[in-house]
Design a protein. Sequence first.
Length: 248
Amino acid sequence: MVESIPISAQEMERIPFIRKTREEMIKEEHERALDAWKPKTELGKKVREGKIKNIDEVLGKEKAILEEQVIDLLVKLDSDLLLIGQSKGKFGGGKRRAWKQTQRKTMEGNVPTFSSAVIVGDKEGHVGVGIGRAKETLPAREKALRKAKLNLVKVTRGCGSFDCLCEEKHSVPFIVEGKCGSVVVRLYPAPQGTGLVIGDECKKILKLAGIKDVYSKTFGQTRSTINLASACIDALMKTNKFVNTNIK
């Protein structure tokens, strides 16, 4: 058994500090950039001055958001990556990955391009998806993250299932359907405890939107992840539309 050796305070000062993780460094750099931000748009100036304190005031009036710092100041968002690419494997059997690589033929040779899809959400009814392309992976992710923040939309949650009589916001309020290309995503209200009965990539979107229980059906070429995510977002946006069909 190895005995621990006591270390004095002077020796502790000589020990170099533990290096910070990359995520902590990025977070500190992001906070410094946010403090030094000087808004250029009228909306950004109002948010910076504190006249607008709620994100629903911006999304409800359908104002164009051109600066991502507006979202950073009003909402605390979590992010995740969609698996839109596929690694090389025998007979097309590679594993799914977050980067999609394409190549362009030129006189100088092949020029690779990487694409990335990022989801952001606060798990309280706000979610967004963005796609970025660049010559390297990290710049593509940064572009996708910025676009996802600018594409933030509001989602109306509720409990529309006949098997559940609670008043909590854990599912969609009624049946909604979204479409993108050949992909159709249909979401059904579900009682508490059901979970997310849907594909893994759409699960990421629904979790960040704050939906915990839902049934679903999908049609079309659902292997195209980008169209599948866009159809899911389209369905969530339709939760804000309600048509009164009461006949007098």
